[in-house]
Design a protein around this ligand. Structure first.
Ligand code: TYD
Length: 350
């Protein structure tokens, strides 16, 4: 199926999900050229370019560039690219609350640059979006479908929703070939430890407190990262232009239940849990219907939540040096202040 395309440009291919997608493309399609464009922001592990290069050999090229860079046009031509898959994004909700501007620059203006470059060359653009564009559900609501209205609550989600609207506007206005994927919360190896799961594992292994926002009863819908990547591949190859495809594995979990499970797997005490003040405008529940991609493109997830969780915890436990390296790189500058203030807001311990 991936043979539909000979040369794929992936943006954000050194990030968590993008790097899994690059690996999938390289291993699944032995003749495919991959160009990986990544700005190597804090969320990219410094070893990722070399690691992917070792996997890809001569078929693979890494370019350290921002997606706002117009010189990417020359790269698209030189590499004979026939499809662009945009994983590049600022993704952390807490950070978007502290520094919203960069979210617009990368997630919105950057996407516009890619759209313009693709329009000039008649290239398909796959925009990797998120279920967070739909906003929040009540416990009794049905999961979001592709028809659910966009109702984002955080600066991050609003930037992603804006990008979705701009991408569809380009598809209608210029008849560009654009498809959008909207996936639920990902987990798996290599996620930057600002997100709940790797943060929890990193803190638990160092005996540090686990900050739980609010009452911890918020629900997230989890999917193992390689299942997401396989779904993006299906949409890239056969998704209908102008359509959005939800991607999920029906993996709803309350945060507090997930945290306790991981602590149990790691044999760590629940006393590490510390309830802290809530995230402003914290979405209560995400849940995503995946019928459309199943029926139209024949995709379904391979990993159950339990299998994915076991693999994920095992990976972080045997890659503690990786965790320490990424955390050390950014921890002081961005996270520590935020973390300390969360700790100061501690309301009660379990
Ligand atoms: P996160 O991993 O930031 O993803 P998202 O906000 O995009 O869903 O957070 C997942 C859930 O975990 C979310 O409800 C917020 C909560 N959370 C905590 O309770 N404590 C934390 O330290 C973090 C990072 C998240």
């Amino acid at each position: 199926m991936g043979e539909t395309f000979q040369s794929v440009l992936v943006t954000g291919g050194c990030g968590f999900i993008g790097s899994h997608f690059v690996e999938l493309m390289l291993s699944q399609y032995p003749n495919m050229l991959i160009t990986n464009v990544d700005a190597l922001t804090y969320a990219a592990h410094p070893d990722t370019p070399a690691r992917l290069s070792a996997v890809g050999g001569g078929r693979y090229e890494f370019l350290q560039k921002n997606i706002n860079d117009v010189s990417l046009g020359a790269d698209l031509d030189r590499r004979g690219v026939d499809v662009v898959v945009n994983f590049a994004a600022e993704t952390h909700v807490d950070r978007s609350i502290l520094e919203p501007h960069i979210f617009l620059e990368t997630n919105v203006v950057g996407l516009q640059n890619l759209l313009t470059l693709c329009r000039k060359r008649n290239l398909r653009l796959v925009q990797v979006s998120t279920d967070e564009v739909y906003g929040s559900l009540e416990p009794s609501d049905k999961p979001f479908t592709e028809q659910s209205p966009l109702s984002p609550n955080s600066p991050y989600a609003a930037a992603k929703a804006s990008a979705d609207l701009i991408a569809f506007a380009a598809q209608r206005t210029y008849k560009q070939d654009v498809v959008i994927t909207r996936c639920s919360n990902n987990f798996g190896p290599g996620q930057f430890p600002e997100k709940l799961l790797p943060l929890l594992i990193a803190n638990a292994s160092e005996g540090l407190p686990i900050p739980v926002y609010g009452d911890g009863k918020q629900v997230r819908d989890w999917i193992y990262v390689t299942d997401h990547c396989a779904a993006v591949d299906r949409v890239m190859c056969d998704g209908k232009s102008g359509e959005a495809y939800n991607i999920s594995a029906y993996g709803e979990q309350k945060n507090i239940d997930l945290i306790k499970r991981v602590l149990d797997i790691m044999n760590k005490p629940h006393s590490l849990i510390q309830f802290v003040g809530d995230r402003p405008a914290h979405d209560r529940r995400y849940a995503l219907e995946n019928k459309k991609i199943g029926q139209e493109l024949g995709w379904s997830p391979k990993f159950s939540f339990d299998e994915g969780l076991a693999k994920t915890v095992a990976w972080y436990r045997s890659n503690e040096a990786w965790l320490k390296k990424v955390r050390g790189q950014d921890y002081q500058k961005y996270y520590k202040a935020n973390y300390d203030s969360k700790m100061k807001q501690t309301e009660r311990a379990v």
